[in-house]
Design a protein around this ligand. Structure first.
Ligand SMILES: NC(=O)C1=CN([C@@H]2O[C@H](COP(=O)(O)OP(=O)(O)OC[C@H]3O[C@@H](n4cnc5c(N)ncnc54)[C@H](O)[C@@H]3O)[C@@H](O)[C@H]2O)C=CC1
Ligand SMILES: O=C(O)CCC(=O)C(=O)O
Length: 454
């Protein structure tokens, strides 16, 4: 019953061209503990947390391996003609980690550092995120290794169409559904949908995060930021720390997730005293006027477009951000920024993770030792995938829900997930992160066991 390491869970890596499914995971006798991750990758922080939670769940080693390794991996080369007429090749990756609970789901990020090792860790994270938030998806993640700031809109479009052409055989509404991620917003999702439609017919459910005008859902654009706010609300309640109104927040990262979280917190009466983006930070002890800041950031230079020219706050260096006293620190930029050094510098009462993997395992340990509770990414950065699920459901039904309906249901998913994690945490006297992984692992394992292995 347990020995299915060969046929169903195959791994496949290709260097160029379109993807197909072949290959084998190798003999199960090669199992070791602790499992080092595929090809011994040491940058897989998700597996550190998975292994920690697994230690107390007493699953047989062979089943543990299912959870620690991706089901399939694809590496393709995308060749496009640049606007200059030159030809350029870009590497792209898709890792499909687990689909026992539903189709693979997760974004494609366009980033100069996108690589296979990152995609593995993030695909696994998506499996646990979907499970803990009770959406019927598995986990996947992709990356296109490029610097989007150096590519024109037309070049990004060509790259996205090439991506679909390379991976169309292993994606689709009931197989693997991408969504937005770093530097990949609704515009690129539209190209993905349009290109996929050439091969699959009308199938808006093949990708989420599309614009409203093209079968997107109300509420998806701000869903991840909204999820952060809802998760913070539940945390404060559970910790007897009161309500959001009046609380001080410091937010690292001012892109889709950070800026929406800031805006929604501001609307709820919380005080966002400091924010940062990759260029630097901004601080106002009395609370930043978040709406004015967003308007300023959207304006074109010389009237705006940059944090440092915003008149409503003091410009601070990036390293000063964590030292600003606050109730809640929200890392919403990129992975691994909360290192042990930053964890020691933080002057907050709570951390609510808005980014994927913002805290290194070593940073996590420092915060634990300091007694600062952390709400983990698999819960608090999950608003996006929850509303992506709603978008997928609406697309399959060819129907659109009202915005209030979307937001009400998102609130329910986040608060139910928080309650399940908090029960596990208090019963077993463990951290929020360990409790979240424990709940997620049990969900996924139940699915595996119910589906069987023959
Ligand atoms: N967009 C979405 O729906 C979802 C995003 N996430 C995660 O949230 C995080 C942010 O994603 P998005 O907001 O979509 O990306 P984005 O590209 O819109 O924004 C990223 C922001 O982080 C800033 N940043 C980069 N390095 C920084 C540093 N060292 N210090 C301070 N700020 C820095 C950038 O300047 C930018 O403001 C990522 O980890 C992503 O994986 C997670 C779930 C869904
Ligand atoms: O909506 C989606 O599928 C993207 C979500 C995602 O990649 C994430 O939550 O990290």
């Amino acid at each position: 019953m347990l020995g299915r390491s060969g046929s169903a869970r195959s791994r496949h890596v290709r260097s160029v061209g379109s993807a197909s499914e072949t290959g084998s995971l190798g003999p199960s006798s090669a199992l070791r503990w602790p499992w080092p991750g595929p090809r011994g990758s040491d940058s897989d922080h998700t597996n550190v947390y998975v292994q920690e939670a697994l230690q107390e769940l007493e699953y047989p080693l062979r089943l543990q391996k299912l959870l620690l390794t991706p089901q399939r991996e694809f590496h393709v080369e995308l060749v496009i003609t640049l606007d200059s007429g030159e030809v350029a090749a870009f590497n792209a990756y898709r890792v499909q980690h687990d689909n026992s609970r539903g189709p693979f789901k997760g974004g494609f990020r366009y980033h100069p550092n996108a690589d296979l090792s990152d995609a593995r860790s993030l695909a696994s994270l998506m499996t646990w995120k979907s499970a803990v938030l009770n959406v019927p998806f598995g986990g996947a993640k992709g990356g296109v290794c490029c610097d989007p700031s150096q590519l024109s809109e037309r070049e990004l479009e060509r790259l996205t169409r090439r991506l679909v052409q390379a991976l169309k055989g292993v994606m689709g509404p009931l197989v693997d559904i991408p969504g937005p991620e770093i530097s990949a917003g609704s515009r690129l999702m539209s190209y993905f949908f349009d290109e996929m439609s050439k091969y699959k017919g009308f199938a808006p459910a093949c990708v989420t995060g599309k614009p409203l005008a093209l079968h997107g859902s109300y509420g998806r654009e701000y869903a991840t930021g909204r999820g952060v706010v809802l998760a913070a609300r539940e945390l404060l309640k559970a910790e007897h720390a009161g309500r959001l109104a009046g609380k001080e927040f410091v937010i690292q990262g001012f892109g889709n997730v950070g800026s929406w979280a800031a805006r929604l917190l501001h609307m709820q009466g919380a005080k966002v005293t400091a924010v940062s983006d990759s260029s630097g930070g901004l601080y106002n002890e009395a609370g930043l006027d978040v709406h004015a800041l967003i308007t300023h950031m959207k304006a074109k230079p010389p009237f705006g477009g940059h944090m440092s020219s915003f008149p409503g706050g003091r410009h601070i260096p990036l390293e000063q951000l964590p030292t600003i006293p606050c109730d809640v620190f929200v890392p919403a930029a990129t992975a691994n920024l909360v290192t042990p050094e930053m964890a020691r510098a933080l002057e907050c009462k709570f951390v609510v993770e808005g980014a994927n993997g913002p805290t290194t395992p070593e940073g996590d340990l420092v915060l634990r030792e300091r007694g600062i509770p952390i709400l983990p990414d698999i819960l608090s950065s999950g608003g996006g995938v929850v509303v992506s699920f709603f978008e997928w459901v609406q697309n399959l039904q060819n129907f659109r829900w009202e915005e209030e309906e979307v937001n009400r249901r998102l609130d329910r998913h986040i608060s139910d997930a928080f309650a399940a994690i908090n029960r596990e945490r208090t019963q077993r006297r463990i951290t929020y992160r360990k409790a979240a992984y424990s709940v997620a692992l049990q969900e996924v394992m139940r699915a595996h066991l119910n589906r069987g292995f023959d």
